[in-house]
Design a protein around this ligand. Structure first.
Ligand code: GLA
Length: 727
């Protein structure tokens, strides 16, 4: 069992493969956090120290104040002045105090009332600890779900209103972790549209530091992933705590250093965009937050998260080969029609693509981004014989078919909005703000969901669709709903996300053979919630390979390459640029967006060769372990490699950034290589012994424009005919 309870000490111990997590019940009241770190048997006992101004229960003194010891969950107004995990009001004060009641452990996990969560396997176990707030009659259940072999523990909470009246949850942070020191660096990812996932690493300071979204989507601006690491931690050394949230809406990650120099981490829904009223007998289930610990640097944290996301978050089909798509967006924008796209399909098939994805522009009066969203039926001027006939013709070319949708949005210039202006989020008496000329549909309104389901069901009936690109191109302002009373408007953001997940579930059930690529103006919802539904996420609308190199390197800190959708965009027929863009894009799941009808035979042949080559190493990228060798914010180049389990195959990529100095030689150590094996680079036929790869492969940087180097190294014993090769 990875979860144990020591009765005499009233201690919970959770062991994973390499970590231990422990907490005690103290004073028959509080949950005292004892330890989270490297796996150990030597756990300390609770230590109490007296601090003045710290409030305490009758019969105790300052040393037993909830303000001064580490806890598992803390409650606003009950003596812990640090940022709290829960603010719950039964009487308008926001004060609650939950006391330990009971616990149980069980195999597997419980589901989360319509929210995405990590899938259990036969080893997964869960600890449920129940606490009671006598005054309100509410029960709080804290869940710890353990993925032992991956060193991941997830947490969420359930609140059950057992009282007679209503209670209001005003802040909800399902993951709280108190650490006994503050000499950490905090890593976070910030950005904006087209500049997502910039790496930031700064020392913690006293007070609260946070990343957050109040935008109704996780956002381009801050990603919910954060990490705390030793000040001198590197990829291979040092202690690292990693955190994330399985949710796609507004969130708050708070890190606070208190008066005693201890650190509190809180991950959750926050309070600005969240409140939730529970009537008598009702329950609320929070989204799930995720944590991992590594004693061996940032790289180990990333690999634990990668495996966790691949094996427990992404749908199983995401681990099969992904289709190499030709997407029409950057090639055509809104200028599409049946005749043109059938020609695209023909060329795409001949060039080796698996799928044509018809992007924006096919529905309503969608000739630009000012109109049409919400009118989900094909534009008869563009598809004179209907969608079914068109898709039939695409498929007759021997290629699969994908289609773009943005279900959560509406243009004021649309039939839908003219018929139902009240279906857009808005606040009575205030003019709704527009963004990209569009408004957000109220996904918390069941009538909106019913409409969308009926509309898509009808439009796509009898049409074989293999792929949906699910977009979301603005954030939420004026987030009010006509279906909620004034005192429940704070629920809109959360109910909206539950509506989106319900619609995603409907798509998954209604189109069981179709996969989803999710997107929000590129990487605006690059999160574990969306990763549960799609085989990949469009990482950024920015396909410039220099910028992409940075974006992709940061994405790999927390998310596996299997989810990273990377397209080669229009190279204007420049073969060197095409090669460079390809070598950048194969860091993730390869696709293209270019006007295939305008490409020379030479370009098409090059693309065909690229797709064929990618097919030979795609499995290493999709399923392999990732090792960063040179992070591009620190070096004038980016270098990393993927290794299959057992390191029978390695894929090394070196991308020279613009302005990379000429002529220097880099020694890149592929420490995962098997020392006694011989490897052959199937691109050049050159052989290497494993020991040599471990000591370092020499790569000369050219310093010229658009240069990148790719090595696909296969252990010769794995290749028929090469078994006896020696170097
Ligand atoms: C967003 C997406 C693009 C494209 C356009 C279409 O910006 O990120 O890839 O689909 O919308 O309007």
């Amino acid at each position: 069992m990875s979860i144990r309870f020591l009765k005499d000490k009233k201690r919970f111990i959770i062991n994973t493969k390499s970590t231990t997590y422990a907490f005690d019940i103290v004073m028959d009241h509080y949950l005292y956090h004892i330890y989270y770190g490297k796996r150990t048997r030597e756990l300390p006992d609770p230590a109490f120290r007296s601090v003045s101004f710290a409030p305490y229960l009758a019969g105790y003194d300052e040393s037993r104040s909830p303000d001064v010891f580490p806890q598992e969950c803390s409650f606003y107004g009950s003596g812990d002045f640090r940022p709290n995990a829960l603010r719950l009001s039964s009487d308008g004060t926001g004060v609650s105090d939950f006391v330990y009641c009971s616990h149980r452990t069980f195999r597997g996990r419980a589901s989360l009332d319509g929210l995405p969560c990590a899938r259990a396997d036969e080893q997964t176990q869960t600890l449920e600890v129940t606490l009671l707030d006598e005054v309100s009659g509410c029960r709080l259940k804290l869940y710890y779900t353990v993925f032992s072999s991956l060193d991941v523990i997830t947490r969420y909470m359930v609140i059950e209103n057992g009282g007679a009246g209503c209670v209001k949850i005003e802040k909800c942070m399902p993951l709280m972790l108190d650490l006994g020191r503050s000499d950490f660096d905090m890593i976070s990812l910030y950005g904006s549209h087209c500049r997502e996932l910039n790496f930031q690493r700064v020392a913690l300071h006293h007070g609260t530091q946070s990343v957050y979204s109040k935008r109704g989507a996780t956002s381009h601006q801050y990603n919910p992933f954060i990490a705390l690491c030793d000040r001198n931690a590197t990829d291979e050394k040092g202690e690292v705590y990693g955190f994330n949230f399985v949710y796609s809406g507004s969130f708050l990650d708070e890190v606070d250093v208190d008066q005693l120099g201890t650190t509190r981490v809180l991950i959750g829904l926050g309070s600005d965009c969240f409140s939730y009223t529970l009537g008598a007998g009702e329950r609320f289930c929070s989204p799930e937050a995720v944590m991992t610990y590594s004693a061996t640097g940032i790289g180990t944290m990333s690999r634990s998260f990668h495996r966790f996301v691949r094996e427990h978050i992404m749908p199983p089909e995401a681990l099969a080969p992904h289709p190499v798509v030709l997407n029409t967006w950057e090639a055509c924008y809104f200028d599409i029609d049946a005749e043109k796209l059938i020609r695209f399909a023909k060329e795409a098939k001949q060039t080796g693509f698996d799928m044509l994805v018809m992007d924006d522009g096919w529905f309503g009066l969608r000739n630009n981004d000012r109109a049409g969203l919400g009118d989900w039926f094909e534009n008869p001027a563009k598809f004179p014989n209907g969608l079914a006939d068109f898709v039939g013709k695409i498929r007759a070319e021997g290629i699969c078919f994908g289609i773009w949708v943005e279900p959560e949005m509406v243009n004021p210039d649309s039939d839908l909005y003219r018929a139902h202006p009240e279906w857009a989020l808005r606040v009575e008496g205030r003019e709704p703000l527009r963004s990209r000329h569009q408004l957000v549909l109220d996904m918390s309104n069941p009538a909106v969901l019913d409409y969308l389901i009926a509309r898509f069901d009808e439009t796509f009936r009898g049409i074989e669709i293999d792929y949906f690109k699910w977009d979301m191109n603005r954030h939420m302002s004026n987030a009010g709903s006509v279906v909620l009373p004034a005192d429940r408007q704070g629920e809109v953001f959360f109910r909206y996300m539950k509506g989106v997940y319900r619609l995603l579930d409907w798509f998954a059930t209604r189109f069981p053979n179709a996969v989803i690529e999710s997107c929000s103006g590129g990487g605006g919802r690059y999160d574990l919630g969306m990763m549960q539904y799609g085989i990949q996420i469009w990482t950024s609308d920015n396909t410039n390979p220099y910028d992409r190199t940075m974006i992709q390197a940061s994405a790999m800190l927390a998310y596996p390459a299997a989810t990273m959708s990377c397209h080669v965009s229009n190279p204007h027929g420049d073969l060197r640029s095409l090669d460079y863009r390809y070598k950048v894009a194969v860091g993730g799941m390869l696709g293209y967006e270019l006007n295939i009808l305008e490409m020379s035979d030479e370009v098409k042949q090059t693309i065909a060769a690229q797709i064929a080559e990618y097919r030979g190493f795609e499995h290493i990228v999709c399923l392999g372990d990732y090792y960063s060798l040179a992070f591009p914010t620190k070096y004038p180049y980016s270098a990393y490699y993927y290794a299959t389990a057992g390191a029978g195959e390695l894929l090394l990529t070196v991308i020279e950034k613009s302005g990379c100095p000429k002529g220097s030689t880099k020694l890149l150590k592929l420490k995962k290589a098997n020392p006694d094996a011989t490897y052959v680079d199937v691109r050049t036929g050159k052989t290497y012994c494993g020991e040599e790869l471990r000591a370092g492969i020499r790569v000369e940087l050219s310093g010229e424009r658009d240069q990148a180097h790719l090595y696909h190294l296969i252990q010769t014993s794995v290749i028929p005919g090469y078994e006896n090769t020696t170097v």
